[in-house]
Design a protein around this ligand. Structure first.
Ligand SMILES: [Zn+2]
Ligand SMILES: [Zn+2]
Length: 420
């Protein structure tokens, strides 16, 4: 029969990669809780309108990359392509906005985008998503960068670059839009078809275009960064001076943009050379008008997401051994009777315990003990039972000794051996 395979861009995560995923998520969770964030679990499937309205209908994500379908009830639903939209919806729907002065939230889970699969980029990918609602002051922007720095340091990532920019507010953007529409209008014939349409609908999106011709044109255009309004300039300078105080090296990239409409003021990306051309594994920014635009009060927000799949490519697997692993090798039916009592004894005492349920020979059991990483192998046969002893083999030193076959004191006796 023909085997059914997983969908293109979807994959199974197992073995060492699961360990790296867990490391990233556990460390993130630890620091997020240290900084006062609370975990929230939100749906993977939402109304399509949520993403069209928040991300923007002229963006690549909404135009090309969403997993959207009509459910059996006739509603248009979408697998979330990012988490912020759902987080804002939840913040409003749960009434959190009315109960808390500041809400610090995080969520960990899968996102879905119908992109061309490539290294570190899949159609289902995991993110650690972080959002803060209720603070406009730029110190929180710097606090996020500080937390990111601590998380990456703890994960063991040494080489990365934090790039930042300000994408301004609606006021400074309006003026800037007029400026660049004039600029692009002159070069319209050299823009791609998408960008000619963007010129009418959303000219700022031209800066996201990946086509070489458009990149060249936008590469020498006037910059929003040089045309920020005074409050936006002051906000960004405040952010930069806090990151200086924290002594975090951060690069201002005046051309940095995010491919979503809702961002305002501070945006940032963390990149690493190890990932090739599209090398960001963490990105975020401020969205001071998003909550209001979704029908809520005028609450400012800022957040970021860590791409777990991409970050896991950058860290080495170091399987941390926690505690010891005991393996029971048995020969004969009488010895087999020790499996259950030993399983109880060791697992009740939080010791990893393995045995081969259908063992045929000592050799096969020793091979299996090796494969599960056992550091102590207990060997029992008829001979040992008659003498009231068991053989203790230290796998790391390939040495053997014996202990009394006395389960009551076995744990203590083993501890005594390892101290010698
Ligand atoms: Zn502004
Ligand atoms: Zn273009």
């Amino acid at each position: 029969m023909e085997k059914i395979k997983s969908l293109r861009g979807f994959r199974d995560i197992y073995g060492d990669e699961v360990i790296r995923f867990r490391l990233i998520e556990d460390i993130s969770r630890r620091y997020l809780e240290l900084f006062g964030y609370k975990e929230i679990i939100i749906p993977v499937l939402e109304n399509t309108g949520l993403f069209v309205r928040t991300i923007g209908d002229a963006t690549d994500i909404v135009e090309k990359e969403m997993f959207t379908f009509t459910d059996t009830g006739g509603d248009s639903v979408t697998l979330r392509p990012e988490a912020t939209a759902g987080m804002v919806r939840a913040y409003l729907e749960t009434g959190m906005f009315a109960k808390e002065r500041i809400s610090k939230l995080f969520s960990i889970g899968p996102m879905f985008r119908h992109e061309r699969p490539q290294k570190g980029r899949y159609r289902e990918f995991r993110q650690v998503d972080v959002e803060v609602f209720g603070i406009e002051a730029p110190i929180i922007d710097a606090e996020l960068i500080w937390m990111i720095y601590l998380i990456l340091k703890s994960i063991g990532l040494a080489e990365y670059t934090i790039e930042t920019n300000s994408v301004g507010c609606p006021e400074c953007r309006e003026g800037f839009k007029r400026l660049i529409v004039g600029y692009f209008e002159d070069k319209k014939q050299d823009l791609c078809e998408d960008c000619r349409r963007r010129l009418q609908k959303n000219p700022l999106r031209i800066f996201d275009c990946k086509s070489p011709g458009c990149k060249e044109i936008s590469g020498s255009s006037p910059l929003l960064f040089d045309n920020l309004c005074d409050p936006c300039r002051v906000h960004f300078d405040g952010f930069l001076s806090h990151t200086e105080e924290l002594n975090i090296p951060i690069t201002v990239n005046k051309r940095l943009v995010r491919g979503l409409d809702y961002y305002t003021r501070t945006v940032f990306e963390v990149t690493s050379g190890g990932l090739g051309s599209q090398n960001a594994f963490l990105a975020g920014g401020r969205y001071d008008n998003l909550v209001q635009s979704m029908g809520g009060p005028p609450v400012p927000g800022i957040g970021f997401a860590i791409g777990v799949d991409r970050l896991s490519l950058l860290i080495s697997t170091s399987v941390k051994k926690d505690g010891s692993t005991v393996f029971l090798a048995y020969l004969g039916d009488r010895a087999k009777g020790f499996i259950v009592p030993m399983m109880r004894l060791f697992t009740e005492n939080n010791v990893k315990f393995f045995y081969l349920p259908d063992a045929k020979s000592l050799k096969s059991q020793m091979r299996y003990a090796d494969s599960v990483g056992a550091d102590t192998v207990l060997i029992i046969g008829d001979d040992e039972i008659d003498k009231g002893i068991l053989i203790v083999r230290d796998m790391a030193h390939s040495s053997q000794t014996t202990l009394p076959l006395d389960l009551t004191n076995l744990i203590d006796n083993l501890k005594g051996l390892s101290k010698k």
